[in-house]
Design a protein. Sequence first.
Length: 180
Amino acid sequence: MTLATFDALTAAVPGALSSAEITVGQIVHTGILECPPDLLLHEAARRMSAARVSSILVVENDIPIGIWTERDALAIDFDHPDSFDRPIRDVMSAPVRTVARDLSLQELAVRFRDEHMRHYLVVDPQGRRCGIVTQTDVVLNQGIEHYLKLRKLDTIIKGHTDLFADRWAELIPDMRQLKY
């Protein structure tokens, strides 16, 4: 697929935003689960499960000092029965990495890749906490151009690709419903 064809396809999709146009602030989860550094791991895990989130922000004196994620939980030695009776401060990841809420999704995807992170604390221009954004959020909110850039059009569609371009407007709502 040529760049001109790609641009024509993405321009033909009404309401389709590219990941360069979507900001972190548009997809951020604003309900931040927080805990003190002395909270025991079993209680942190219970709270994360109840809230259906993959991370908990560790806060002391209203300052984020660490984060504990599902990935951190995988590093725990389950052979020792007292593994979950330790304070979260012993196993949290620190320092907490932050991103600005006006960062584009495209820029965020690059940061996730380059910094090997899965969670960022989102902050406003004054440094106040806005929410948490995850690598999964980026994947679920990538624009259509992300999908098209990964594949040549003729490997996705069998038959006449020129006929397909006229149907993008009809197909996008169905594709969005399948995403969730």
